[in-house]
Write a protein that binds this ligand. Structure first.
Ligand code: 2U9
Length: 343
């Protein structure tokens, strides 16, 4: 029996395992239940006791040699060597490849921008760090207006004590720059991030996004403003949605209004989202104040214009029925991955 063991040991050492099939044949021949080594162990049981010690040792060595040979072949098969591909099971399913998705604010901002560019508005962008003139002065904010207060605006510290720069509180500052650099007709929208010194809650944040619109030409009227916003609502929320205007006040528009839409959740019947009123506020608007036109060297006797501003988060919350503003800024994958199927 020891002779047989020796000859199998030689055979095992000399055998070459080059692929998955070789490995399986090797295992079947030497290490399976019906293989050579199992039958040698059966034979071993019949040996007289005086032979068992040395034969048992040789037999265990044979088994270890066979197992080692097979293990080494598998390790080589996992390395990126020339034969590795031969040991890879191509029928196995591939590792999952996770695709990213666009942020809900980017999705809604693009939808809003597309609606306005379809009717001739041109996108304009500008700096997030602004000066007092472009954010407040040109927009007819009186020097003591509460929005200019430290509690509402993030000012950037200056060496002299008087802050020269601030984080824009609205994208109207971009439109001031457009008016300073272009002659009417002007038809522009400015999407972008804005900052306000607010305590963070489900309904308020210190950063959010706006889409603001501006149209200046000869003879532009409040009727043009209403028609433009009516078109926007029909495109964004559907033809059935109704709109209403309520008088309001902003330093940069006169007259000014806020616009409500009939609640898209309950269709005006009353629900928690519309606080049982049937209406939800979505934007502010008005006719550009003549002082703003004059501040930007546009003749207010010749030209009139309308302007509007809305929060992208507000529109996204209504569109996607999101109840907490903070979700947009937390980058929680459980929230963000829900927008995979949207555009
Ligand atoms: C220029 C002149 C006037 C833009 C306007 C509003 C009314 C308004 C708010 C809506 C929700 C800001 O995001 S919000 O908090 N905006 O109510 N914005 S009119 O008026 C302009 C813009 C540019 C040169």
């Amino acid at each position: 029996m020891e002779e047989k063991i020796k000859s199998f040991l030689k055979e095992i050492k000399e055998s070459s395992i080059n692929n998955e099939e070789d490995a399986e044949n090797f295992r079947l021949k030497y290490l399976s239940k019906k293989g050579v080594i199992t039958s040698l162990f059966e034979e071993f049981k019949t040996l007289p006791p005086e032979l068992r010690k040395s034969t048992g040792k040789a037999l265990n060595e044979l088994k270890q040699a066979a197992e080692q040979k097979l293990a080494e072949a598998k390790v080589i098969g996992q390395q990126p060597s020339a034969i590795s591909h031969q040991l890879t099971d191509l029928s196995l399913p591939a590792d999952p490849f996770t695709l990213g998705s666009r942020h809900p604010i980017s999705i809604v901002k693009k939808q809003m921008t597309d609606i306005f560019t379809k009717i001739g508005f041109v996108v304009s962008e500008g700096p997030e760090i602004e000066d007092d003139w472009h954010n407040f002065g040109a927009l007819n904010f009186p020097p003591n207006h509460p929005a200019r207060d430290m509690q509402d605006t993030f000012f950037i510290e200056s060496e002299g004590g008087v802050p020269e720069w601030l984080l824009r509180t609205h994208t109207s500052s971009v439109q001031v720059r457009v008016m300073e650099n272009q002659k009417p007709p002007i038809r522009t929208i400015s999407p972008g991030r804005v900052y306000r010194n607010e305590t963070i809650s489900a309904r308020a944040h210190c950063q959010f996004h706006q889409v603001e619109g501006l149209y200046i030409d000869e003879g532009v009227s409040f009727a043009d403003l209403k028609q433009t916003l009516y078109y926007f609502v029909a495109e964004m929320f559907g033809e059935k949605i109704e709109i209403r205007f309520r008088p309001s006040f902003f330093p940069f528009t006169e007259p000014s209004a806020e616009m409500d839409i009939s609640c898209i959740i309950c269709e005006g019947k009353g629900c928690p989202v519309c606080k049982y009123s049937g209406w939800v506020e979505i934007l502010g608007c008005g006719m550009v104040h003549p002082n703003v036109l004059d501040n930007c060297k546009i003749d207010s006797n010749k030209y009139t214009g309308f302007a509007f501003g809305m929060g992208v988060e507000r529109i996204a919350m209504l569109k996607f029925r999101i109840g907490d503003l903070r979700l947009f800024f937390e980058n929680d994958m459980r929230f963000l991955s829900q927008f995979k199927s949207v555009l």
